[in-house]
Ligand binder design. Structure first.
Ligand SMILES: C[S@@+](CC[C@H](N)C(=O)[O-])C[C@H]1O[C@@H](n2cnc3c(N)ncnc32)[C@H](O)[C@@H]1O
Length: 288
């Protein structure tokens, strides 16, 4: 950051914005404000109504370090260590995928299918930060759930998030590959947002994703479909008759993923679109 910015909220905001613009960050104004809020404790309203409020040298140094990280294209959520998803706040670290708004489609489907008051069990395969599992459990107090991941570090983040949300008595977090070791027919709902980027496409992703998200959360193998081939029969094995599944897909993967679940015995398979009107989730049922 420039050394000579005025040590006020608005001066710091302008200097941060200019540095992020130069680094070709997508949303420099908003990101600069979020980092300023975190570094100074000022709210958005403070910045607008009291722009000349002085900031201390310590605040300026903290902001400087945040802006330098963002200019290296580290996501804001990673710098701040937290991300909002659905209606909950999650801790995020370099060991978990930053939860995406697209994934909220799965939460929406689950909450519509399982009304409040109904007791049900769910499994979230590849739980990461706990985004899907904890969002559903937070709104369905009679539900219980299990999240799996192969990453011990991701599971530690999910455990911390479950504890922060007071959900650790209803969420079990287990290290295993997808559904290995889980009982047949034990779940009313199975969800997953597996890695689905074709390996060769990863190098061309935005630096925020390519350089800062765990490879294990992105890499779907040569055609991006490795995980679905394993998951389709396992999801059907885990479900009770009449149970529901929902898996996230890449926007161009519906034609490949849908038949994998149909061949595994799913009924009523549908593709659901996200808010950007792109194919995002494959959902269906295990026949009764
Ligand atoms: C795309 S991220 C999704 C994380 C989280 N569910 C979300 O939606 O934000 C995929 C997750 O699958 C996990 N994963 C990758 N391979 C796995 C495997 N064989 N078994 C279980 N989890 C796996 C990764 O560690 C990562 O946490």
């Amino acid at each position: 950051m420039n050394e000579d910015f005025a040590p006020t909220l608005v001066g710091a905001w302008n200097a941060a914005r200019a540095q992020l613009e130069a680094a070709r960050v997508d949303s420099p104004v908003i990101d600069a404000r979020l980092l300023l809020e975190a570094a100074t404790g000022a709210s958005r309203t403070d910045i607008i109504t009291d722009p000349r409020r002085p900031i201390t040298p310590e605040m300026a140094a903290t902001l400087n370090s945040y802006v330098e990280r963002r200019a290296r294209r580290e996501p804001v959520s990673r710098i701040l260590g937290r991300k909002g998803f659905w209606k909950i706040a999650l801790q995020v670290t370099s060991d978990v995928l930053t939860p995406r708004p697209d994934t909220e489609v799965i939460v929406d489907l689950a909450l519509k299918a399982f009304p409040e008051g109904r007791a049900f069990t769910m499994a979230d395969l590849g739980v990461g930060s706990g985004a899907i599992l904890l969002s559903v459990l937070a709104e369905r107090p009679a539900a219980r759930g299990l999240g799996t991941d192969v990453s011990l570090e991701a599971l530690a983040v999910a455990r911390e998030n479950a504890a922060n949300l007071d959900l650790n008595n209803r969420a079990v977090l287990l290290r295993t590959s997808w559904a290995d070791g889980l009982e047949d027919g034990g779940y009313d709902l199975v969800v997953s947002n597996p890695p689905y980027i074709p390996s060769a496409d990863i190098a061309g992703l935005e630096p925020e994703v390519r350089d800062h998200e765990p490879r294990l959360a992105l890499d779907g193998g040569p055609d991006g479909l490795d995980a679905y081939r394993l998951l389709a029969p396992e999801v059907m094995r885990l479900l009770r008759p009449g149970g529901l599944f929902a898996v996230e897909i890449g926007h161009d993967q519906a034609r490949a993923v849908r038949p994998l679940f149909e061949q595994a015995g799913a009924h009523g398979v549908q593709v659901v679109r996200d808010l950007g009107d792109r194919d995002r989730v494959v959902t269906g049922e295990k026949p009764r």
